[in-house]
Design a protein around this ligand. Structure first.
Ligand SMILES: *Cc1c(COP(=O)(O)O)cnc(C)c1O
Length: 361
């Protein structure tokens, strides 16, 4: 039976988008390949509110996170973590021999502009990494305010993980001063996993040129140079994903960017209000994600049982992440999700757990 995914990735892919993955193959050094990549780039620049160069990577988003911290850090990286995906930046730094320090917030709390300012005042850092939307805790950071702080410091690059928010929430790359903005296809873009994308500033590329060991496959300068030359890639990219991506971007613009962001916001609002009535929310007020809601399991119900019952009814939701497993659960409302199916899901949860039914109007 087909199950609707309310998990924070992979998300459901519309059948007509999935079909584009089966487009007959072309050569990756042809004019058609150039046209395909150029079209995707122009659409992504619009979606990301940026004039920066768009790079695709045939890897999941973690690949570009690795590329960014490795290629951009000349001195030392300040990693701001509000959960598991923030911690990942630090692991990537360590494993690549990139000097870095991690600044953690309490679970459920955001990274504040003051924290970033305090770190940068030391003069030790030339890279800041932030998780825009921490999927493990449902915290959404204020990257505009953080960007305003970073702008005061010359030479500091701003790397942002927007893996679980780009194409669901409005992210204004140029206005916020983001040098490398990273996302994967399998979250709010509602495409199959296996491809990722980023925007890179000229500043970031100039900085990267000063870094000697940038790796090979994930060398941002190498990728950048080839894309600048003819909108192609040094290695063979996943052309199948690119066909689906190009088509999905057209669908996104058909819906309209503002409509799409508003839809994600509305679904998260419905989820938050509902969760507030029966449970409580994990993320601090004012910093709650518009794409994934992390809910405290205040009733201490058996999550496995709930998800099994939900699966029988055609839905899948997410357990808590890492240390918050069974103590929290997550409902993601990303990509293709609509209000009617969310309301249906929430009704099923009420029924299974014996909660008072919400009267929707
Ligand atoms: C899913 C996710 C990642 C990891 O992305 P992959 O595409 O699986 O590599 C990183 N950061 C955040 C915030 C995520 O939600």
């Amino acid at each position: 039976m087909y199950k609707q995914l309310f998990i924070p990735g992979p998300t459901d892919v519309a059948p007509e988008v999935l079909e584009k993955m089966a487009t007959p193959m072309i050569g990756h050094r042809t004019a058609e390949a150039t046209e395909l990549q150029k079209g995707i780039s122009e659409k992504l620049q619009k979606l990301m509110y940026t004039e920066n160069t768009i790079l695709l990577s045939t890897s999941s988003g973690t690949g570009l996170m690795e590329a960014a911290i490795r290629c951009c850090t000349r001195k030392r990286a300040a990693v701001f973590s509000v959960g598991a995906f923030g911690d990942r930046w630090y692991q990537l730094a360590e494993n690549n021999n990139v000097p870095a320090d991690v600044f953690k917030s309490e679970p459920g709390q955001p990274t504040t502009p003051e924290m970033v300012d305090d770190a940068l005042k030391t003069g030790k850092y030339d890279v800041v990494t932030v998780t825009h939307n921490e999927t493990s805790t449902g915290v959404m950071n204020d990257c505009a305010a953080i960007g305003d702080v970073i702008r005061k410091y010359d030479d500091v690059l701003f790397l942002v993980d927007t893996v679980s928010s780009l194409a669901g929430s409005k992210i204004e790359v140029d206005l916020w001063g983001i040098d490398v903005c990273i996302a994967s296809t399998q979250k709010c873009f509602a495409l199959p996993p296996g491809l990722s994308l980023c925007s890179v500033s000229e500043r970031a590329i100039e900085a990267a040129k000063q870094v000697k060991h940038r790796g090979y496959y994930l060398d941002l300068v190498r990728l950048y140079n080839r894309v600048k030359k003819d909108f192609q890639y040094p290695s063979t990219p996943s052309l199948s994903h690119m066909y689906a991506f190009d088509f999905q971007l057209d669908r996104i613009f058909e819906e309209g960017l503002d409509n799409r962001f508003e839809r994600h916001h509305r679904l998260a609002e419905i989820t938050r209000e509902w969760a507030g009535r029966h449970f409580s929310l994990f993320a601090a007020e004012g910093f709650r994600s518009d794409t994934v809601t992390c809910i405290n399991n205040t009733l201490d119900f058996d999550f496995k049982m709930l998800n099994k019952e939900l699966l029988d009814r055609g839905f899948r939701i997410g357990n808590g992440y890492g240390p918050f497993k069974d103590k929290t659960f997550r409902i993601a409302t990303m990509g293709e999700r609509k209000e009617a199916s969310l309301v249906e899901l929430l009704g099923h949860i009420e029924e299974i757990l014996g909660l008072e039914a919400t009267k929707w109007h």
